[in-house]
Design a protein around this ligand. Structure first.
Ligand code: MSP
Length: 644
């Protein structure tokens, strides 16, 4: 097959775990990737943009079990949420890979087999600690706490002890090779500060990495030793190869590998900057050009995450604003490497000031004046004055800077440049006051010249904002009388006065809604309370809800279940009788503190045998960072009263 002469650009997002609904943090990575892909397409590259979902491992297995589903049922459901969100956000990925796809599983097995054959993978026994939440083996030097437990340094959750036969990857053999590689490719990890972190980690020494589990069933089995399930990170990282055709579309694979950039959050840097290049070296694949690590979106100064309960559902914002304001805000507010704090005030300020006022008004008044004074079409213009020339030349310099910043992944700076120019055009209009000339026939030519300048500037602006705000850019383009898709254009064709003259423009509609903070918060609150609209939630009917028999229970007696750390046996009076229930809350509550308390219990759940004891009811509790918090009644309510 003839090799395409265009330069390729292959960009990836991490593949997202399917135990969680997508939130603003996930949307952030994907929006960056989308903006960069769109930019590269306009710059003439042959782009491949890969995203997808990470569906195996203990974390997914557990999440599915808690919901009473099989892992694949859960994955199928969550994948739809991700795909719907990407659609609503206008994400133009080329392929969405799921690690449960057959070709991916086969590809991973094949590479695993190859490494085993080469001796880079060997069998041994792993003894140590494993964090299910991060799907990560803990480093040995992490100390045990007073209860003999270890805590995962990344997520702060308790790790579990494991001892099992497994396969190891000879990571230790790659320490020097990796260090040499970092030296010869100093921009491999971006931003630079992250590179320093990686080098110092590797210099401290690398231990061989356990890459299979026998206690986890939900995953890819080792081909000739199926008791062993391949570790979820070994499985997941290879999506970057299988997603573009490794082992099923050779031409595509050869065209796009190695990746230009793996875009990731800083929490998964080690996997991408150390393990991944080592796996690739072992299998003789060329290494990716860059791993670009971005910061986190925080809410109330802590990382958004489901377990902290501070995630922001992007759907709520999209319902009110459409995709572009969120895309703009996330990309404008912070440089890619830093953390940002998401606040509704900050978001609305940007939307109202930068989008509705600066850009929206410019579009509105320019095109309305062209409609009113020229029937939508300026046929001819007077000669350019100095002030007009300045506006035209400023565009060329802004265009170069914007291009440069997009190339550097400094999207926030590209946007700053564009908005600097928008304000320059607004200033030009304020100084020339075309609205005062409209009724004066002798000023018609002058008026045409001024509006022509603004129209030409808008065309350029719409082009430059396209990577970040494709929908609004296309709308402006359409108002200007062009119906072709911007994505078919290229920077090479972009000139200040490319088509403004004689073009029939249309009457514009407001581009961005103006929303007051109080209305926005009220809208979000009401949505959150009833947990969102159709498409974001699995509703149950009231009749289904009525089947759950909830009662006030009074705790009579509590004792620890022998031989367990977490379980308590609780006798609870539910009005008509006393039931016993087994509950894993010993970390949070002492037995003596519970006696006499009143709480909500489900009394018609099918009894279950836990550690040989029948549990005949279940209490309700909030789960915060893996800790149970029980809501107790503060009023004196009678045991057995119905809760509904
Ligand atoms: N499945 C792994 C990645 C495997 S890639 C071979 C995983 N998944 S994840 O769903 O937990 O996270 C995916 C990405 O979302 C990570 O890059 C993570 O940094 C990013 N984010 C999750 N929460 C975030 C914020 N609050 N802010 C910004 N990005 C965050 O890790």
């Amino acid at each position: 097959m003839a090799k395409n002469s265009k330069k390729t650009f292959y960009i990836t997002t991490p593949i997202y775990y399917v135990n969680d609904m997508p939130h603003v943090g996930h949307a952030y990575t994907t929006i960056i990737a989308d903006a960069l892909s769109r930019h590269k397409k306009l710059a003439g590259y042959d782009v491949f943009f890969l995203t997808g979902t990470d569906e195996h491992g203990q974390k997914i297995e557990k999440a599915a079990a808690q919901k009473g589903m099989t892992p694949i049922e859960l994955a199928d459901q969550v994948v739809i949420r991700f795909k719907n969100l990407w659609k609503a956000l206008n994400i133009s990925y080329d392929y969405f890979i799921r690690t449960t796809q057959d070709f991916h599983e086969k590809g991973v097995q094949k590479i695993f087999g190859k490494l085993k054959e080469k001796g880079a993978i060997y069998k041994g026994v792993y003894k140590g600690w494993y964090c299910v939440s991060d799907e990560n083996f803990l480093a040995e030097d992490i100390p045990e706490d007073s209860e003999g437990q270890k805590t995962c340094p990344d997520c702060g959750k308790k790790a579990g002890q494991v001892s099992e036969e497994c396969y190891f990857f000879k990571l230790s053999a790659y320490q020097n090779k990796l260090l040499d590689f970092y030296t010869s490719h100093p921009t491999f990890v971006q931003p630079q500060s992250r590179m320093n972190e990686v080098v110092s980690f590797v210099r401290h020494g690398l231990k061989d990495l356990s890459i299979t589990r026998t206690t986890v069933k939900w995953g890819i089995p080792v081909l000739d030793d199926p008791e062993h399930t391949i570790y979820v990170w070994f499985d997941a990282l290879h999506n970057y190869l299988t997603g573009i055709g490794y082992d099923w579309d050779l031409a595509s694979f050869e065209k796009f590998w190695p990746a230009t950039v793996h875009l990731i959050g800083k929490d998964i840097l080690r996997f991408h900057a150390i393990f991944w290049p080592a796996f690739l070296m072992a299998a003789d694949f060329p290494l990716p050009e860059t791993v670009y690590s971005h910061g986190w979106w925080l809410k109330d100064e802590t990382k958004m995450s489901k377990s902290r309960g501070n995630v922001l559902d992007p759907n709520l914002i999209l319902d009110v604003f459409g995709p572009d304001p969120l895309r703009y805000f996330l990309l404008r507010e912070i440089p890619i490497g830093l953390d940002g704090n998401f606040s509704h005030e900050g978001f609305l300020h940007r939307v109202n000031s930068d989008l509705a006022n600066d850009l929206g008004n410019l579009v509105q008044r320019t095109l309305t004046m062209i409609q009113n004074s020229f029937g939508g079409k300026i046929e001819k213009i007077a000669q350019e004055r100095d002030i007009d020339k300045q506006l035209r030349l400023a565009f060329d310099s802004v265009k170069d800077k914007v291009f440069h910043f997009y190339e550097e992944y400094a999207i926030n700076r590209a946007l700053e440049e564009i908005w600097g120019y928008i304000n320059q055009v607004n200033k030009y209009l304020a100084e020339n006051e075309p609205w005062k000339l409209a009724d004066d026939e002798s000023q018609k030519e002058n008026l045409g010249r001024i509006l022509y300048q603004a129209e030409a500037a808008l065309r350029g602006i719409s082009f430059l904002i396209f990577p970040v705000m494709p929908e609004s850019a296309q709308k402006i383009w359409d108002y200007l009388g062009k119906s072709t898709p911007i994505e078919k254009e290229s920077y090479a064709t972009l000139k200040f006065d490319g088509f403004a003259l004689g073009q029939k423009t249309r009457k514009p509609k407001a581009l961005f809604p103006r929303v007051k903070l109080k209305d926005f918060l009220a809208e979000e609150k009401s949505n959150t309370v009833q947990i969102a609209k159709e498409g974001h939630m699995d509703y149950i009917t009231f009749d289904e809800f009525k089947k759950i028999d909830l009662r006030v229970g009074e705790i009579i007696k509590v004792e620890k279940v022998e031989g367990t750390r977490k379980l308590l046996k609780i006798d609870v009076n539910i009005g008509t009788e006393t039931r016993q229930m087994i509950s894993g809350i010993a970390d949070e509550y002492k037995p003596e503190d519970l006696v006499g308390k009143k709480l909500v219990v489900i009394v018609n759940l099918k009894p279950a045998i836990i550690r040989g004891i029948e549990s005949q009811a279940m209490l309700l509790a909030a789960e915060i960072d893996d800790k149970a918090i029980i809501p107790f009644f503060i009023e004196d309510v009678p045991a057995g009263a119905k809760v509904k």
